[in-house]
Design a protein. Structure first.
Length: 197
């Protein structure tokens, strides 16, 4: 669609002279009024250009603030932000490594397909045996070959196990999940505090 431009004063005067001599094709009052309105039309004054939303930027200049695009927060942040479901005193002892896990499972080296049923079996058996604190060792993971444009997270089990522990059938059995103390595996293991049956 063509943009309408404003008329210069000499063009506007010419337009009015032509509009005065024009005769309507039809004698209908609507057409007569439109021709008269066109003859009396005066365009609006030009508007000032809009102010740019972004500050001026020259090629080669460094950005003022570096935008960080973190689509998924760190795993530790998600676990720490989870509401505390258990006794605060017991939780403090657990995170400081003062409570000893009553059972442990090592998922190190297993694939996701192998680890998921093992984790379900272990947690449900531990809860039925009356255990409260168990240790799930996932390992920290190793960096694989990153060939794509989207960065891959390190440690598939490390990121998947907390999700499995929130979903059924394990969700109703688990009260709290936190990262283990350094003497029990640190960021490569999780404390899983179970509900009583």
């Amino acid at each position: 669609m063509a943009r309408r431009r404003t008329l210069r004063p000499d063009e506007e005067e010419l337009w009015r002279a032509v509009a005065r001599t024009a005769r309507p094709l039809h004698s209908h009052p609507m057409f007569v009024k439109s021709v008269e309105a066109a003859a009396q039309f005066t365009p609006d004054p030009p508007k000032a250009p809009a102010k740019p939303r972004l500050p001026h930027f020259r090629l080669g200049e460094k950005a003022q603030t570096a935008a960080r695009h973190d689509l998924a927060p760190a795993l530790q942040t998600g676990l720490n932000d989870a509401p505390l479901q258990m006794d605060a005193r017991t939780h403090g002892k657990m995170t400081r490594g003062k409570l000893l896990p009553e059972a442990r499972i090592d998922l190190h080296g297993l694939t996701l397909a192998e680890a998921h049923p093992e984790l379900i079996r272990f947690v449900l058996n531990a809860q039925s045996a009356g255990l409260r604190l168990v240790l799930v060792i996932t390992g920290k993971g190793k960096r694989g070959v990153d060939t794509g444009p989207i960065p891959q997270r390190m440690g598939a089990l490390k990121h998947q196990v907390p999700q499995w522990l929130r979903l059924p059938p394990l969700g109703p059995a688990v009260l709290q999940v936190t990262e283990a103390h350094l003497k029990h595996g640190g960021s490569g293991a999780y404390y899983v505090y179970l509900r009583r049956r």
